[in-house]
Design a protein around this ligand. Structure first.
Ligand SMILES: Cc1cc2nc3c(=O)[nH]c(=O)nc-3n(C[C@H](O)[C@H](O)[C@H](O)COP(=O)(O)O)c2cc1C
Length: 488
């Protein structure tokens, strides 16, 4: 038995080595016995056939070896159906075998032989290498360049029969769009969302929701300077180094325009979360060292949206606005900190060890352009405290539930939500594109001086508030679904 197992695993390893990594299939076998070994051998065979059209030579080698292996299983009592299925596969030769057929085959093997095979189609290194998707069970994929015809998002995993409030999606996009005040970029985009799929008569179908936002106010001429030389601390050089080609106008996908797609996806996530009593509020907490005083237990979105800088501390907001206006006049820029709180998150969300809730939140926030740091709970300030000061002491709540007296943990312990508010701080750098001459180099390394034109945010923070909320919502809804799947 052990020998069989080793042989099966060897073959599998060999196949995976030969396999195109982008379409590798992960097979995890539980309760190994002969029939399962057969499945292990059969599965890569099917998989190989899928790839065979492009890789004839590999296919032949793999096929020969696998079939020898399968034939060699003299001690395995192969069910007759298996034989038929093998013959079918042979007959199909190099024709395309769909994922659905693979699933059917696995299902058949599982039922027929009382074995269980956990299988998962690894989405492929290609998809992951492209880096445009986020989430596991609730997942978004964004597309589009800043000055292309449109940007958009595909949202997968939205439950069926959910009444979808499209106006609420639009309202979130309006909070992010440029031109909404004199503190931000004056690019004029209406950012009207069009829903292309997944919704019928205002109700979700459970199928992917496709949304597009047309680009309207692209001024490619503004980017002639950027085409000539690399902007310091922007993504021009790294995109060139990586792809060898780039959509120069508007900054392509490095532009924060891409984040409108996340906001649209995040707005749906927030509607799902609201049904579970989870609400998220973010606000500008600091600009260029000017710090607000805000109570994260009570602050509302209405408080946040009372001024253009999106800081609920009115007196400090005025100082922040003056500071941003000064930066704009100087042709310069400033950075700051956005704070975010998610209330109503129950204990239990987060998947240790690598998909801890704090780890996923950190990744999501760090994926926002211009973000340079994130803190959960006490964050870096906690390093200056002692354990006795920092520990969140447990207490019994009135309703008999367990809570903590303080929340230095930011609502997450061991990577799992503990029922307290999830609190985050996100650090944004000063906008890279400034209207002052700066020394740089061109693509050949020749020194030059760059003075960009165009419409830029002297401070990205007011527009980044809904982006932070959207990313928090996307992570939380995904973990909500993962926890529910775990406890089915
Ligand atoms: C809401 C928002 C607006 C932004 N607006 C600008 C802008 O007008 N000009 C600019 O140079 N960068 C802007 N950025 C930041 C750039 O997109 C970002 O700095 C660039 O992609 C390089 O990535 P990095 O700063 O994360 O390294 C903005 C970011 C956000 C979140």
């Amino acid at each position: 038995m052990l020998e069989h197992r080793h042989r099966a695993l060897e073959v599998l390893a060999a196949q995976q080595h030969l396999a195109e990594e982008s379409e590798a299939l992960a097979v995890r076998a539980i309760d190994l016995h002969d029939a399962q070994e057969l499945a292990l051998r059969l599965f890569p065979l099917v998989h190989r056939r899928e790839r065979a059209r492009e890789h004839d030579a590999t296919f032949e080698a793999v096929r020969g070896r696998l079939e020898a292996e399968v034939a060699d299983l003299d001690r395995v009592a192969r069910p007759a159906e298996c034989e038929i299925r093998l013959a079918e596969i042979d007959e199909r030769g190099r024709s395309w075998i769909t994922a659905n057929q693979i699933d059917q085959l696995l299902d058949f093997l599982s039922r027929g032989t009382a074995i269980r095979i956990d299988h998962q189609r690894v989405q492929g290194n290609m998809a992951q290498a492209m880096g445009s998707t986020c989430g596991v069970l609730f997942r978004i994929a964004t597309f589009g360049e800043s000055h292309g015809p449109a940007i958009g998002v595909v949202v997968e995993g939205v439950p069926a029969r959910l009444p979808l409030d499209v106006e609420a999606i639009q309202a979130e996009l309006d909070r992010r769009k440029p031109g909404q005040s004199r503190l931000v970029s004056q690019r004029k985009e209406s950012d009207q969302v069009e829903i292309l799929s997944g919704v019928l008569d205002g109700v979700t179908l459970g199928t992917p929701i496709g949304m597009v936002i047309r680009n309207q106010d692209a001024r490619s001429k503004d980017y002639e300077e950027v085409a000539r030389a690399y902007r310091p601390s922007h993504a021009d050089y790294t995109y060139d180094a990586k792809y060898g080609v780039r959509a120069i106008a508007g900054g392509g996908r490095a532009s924060a325009r891409e984040t409108a797609s996340r906001v649209a996806g995040g707005a749906i996530a927030q509607q799902v979360l609201a049904r579970f009593g989870v609400s998220i509020v973010a606000w500008v907490d600091e600009v260029a060292g000017i710090t607000a005083s805000v109570d994260d237990r009570t602050v509302t979105r209405a408080d946040v949206d009372t001024n253009d800088i999106r800081c609920p501390d009115a007196a400090v907001a005025t100082q922040m606005i003056e500071r941003v206006e000064r930066a704009r006049k100087d042709g310069d820029s400033v950075g700051g900190v956005i704070r975010c709180v998610a209330r109503g998150v129950p204990p239990g969300w987060g998947e240790p060890v690598f998909d801890r809730l704090d780890a996923d939140l950190a990744k999501a926030m760090m994926s926002i352009p211009a973000v340079k740091g994130i803190e959960i709970g006490s964050g870096f300030a906690g390093t200056k405290m002692t354990g006795s000061e920092h520990n969140d002491l447990f207490e019994r709540r009135a309703a008999g539930s367990i809570g903590t007296r303080t929340n230095h943990s930011g609502g997450i312990q061991g990577g799992i939500s503990n029922g307290e508010a999830v609190t985050i701080r996100v650090a944004f750098k000063p906008t890279a594109t400034i209207m002052q001459p700066q020394e740089t180099v061109d693509a050949d390394g020749n020194p030059t001086v760059l003075k960009p034109k165009g419409r830029h945010d002297p401070c990205v923070l007011p527009r980044a508030v809904p982006i932070v909320e959207a990313m928090a919502a996307l992570v939380l809804v995904d973990h909500m679904m993962r926890q529910r799947a775990r406890t089915l």
